[in-house]
Design a binder for this molecule. Structure first.
Ligand code: ACM
Length: 265
């Protein structure tokens, strides 16, 4: 059995050090094998310019990832966490994946950019990836990626037992839609969303919270409310996600008939 969960934080825009310390304080209130932090958990979301996104971005060797690595190593917790990743002159909306020994296993760069993210970030170039961490196969998609069932399906076809879904939800659909992503792929899914609002001058964005852990039968194992900061964990058996048969004659991946899915790719 594994303990998996999320940190739901409410970052103050641009106060990276404060936000990382607060998120790790929340993380320290639970014991887990895997914790998922929200999209852009260290910076906040409502960027006003490309220059601002660049200024707040960090490389994989930057202070945010280093602090997460230290947390992972000290607590033997694998971490998936969203941050603005600087690569040369480019900035990606990324999630770092860190194993229980504090080693960086890799990065996922958001495939489907939402609205004004297209002004600030490069479209992700990693493709959907599955990482072996904490004795589980963990795939990653970021926020708006949920709206494309191909994202979770690709991760399931690559063997993910758990889908980590760092998010900054500004629309209400994902906490319901993610139940479908879990059941149609028979995977566990961890939605890690933020709460509160980003207010930048005249502009304001409110976030949905409602982070949760869902099992392959669509059961919600733990769920945070819309408001407030929370760290929650559920106990799962990741091997349950390896069973793709829903009865002796139906296997949800082998039953697919891609030659009839004209126009899909
Ligand atoms: C979103 O993709 N952060 C809405």
């Amino acid at each position: 059995m594994k303990r998996v969960g999320f940190v739901q934080n409410n970052p103050v825009f641009g106060e990276v050090e404060r936000n990382v310390n607060r998120a790790l304080e929340l993380a320290s209130t639970v014991e887990a094998d895997l914790l998922v932090f929200p999209e852009l958990f260290n910076t906040g979301y409502l960027f006003l310019s490309k220059e601002e996104a660049y200024k707040l971005s960090e490389t994989l060797e930057g202070p945010t990832v280093r602090k997460l690595q230290r947390f992972s190593e000290e607590t033997s917790t694998a971490v998936v966490a969203g941050f603005a990743e600087r690569v040369g002159e480019k900035v990606y909306n990324s999630a770092v994946v860190i194993d229980v020994d504090g080693s960086v296993k890799g990065v996922y760069r958001k495939t489907h950019l939402f609205y004004e993210e297209k002004l600030f970030f490069e479209p992700g170039d990693t493709g959907f990836k599955v990482f072996e961490v904490a004795g589980m196969r963990v795939g990653v998609m970021i926020c708006y990626d949920w709206r494309f069932p191909e994202s979770a399906r690709t991760l399931a076809l690559k063997g993910a037992q758990v889908i980590a879904h760092p998010s900054n939800l500004v629309l209400p659909h994902a906490p319901t839609a993610d139940l479908a992503r879990a059941v149609e792929n028979r995977v566990f899914l961890i939605l890690a969303d933020r709460s509160g609002a980003d207010v930048r001058g005249e502009r304001r964005l409110d976030f949905e919270g409602k982070s949760m852990v869902v099992d392959p039968d669509m059961n919600v194992l733990v769920k945070a409310p819309r408001e407030g900061e929370h760290a929650m964990v559920a106990e799962i058996d990741p091997k349950v996600a390896d069973v793709k048969n829903i009865n002796p004659l139906n296997h949800i991946l082998k039953d697919r008939r891609p030659h009839l899915y004209e126009g899909l790719c």
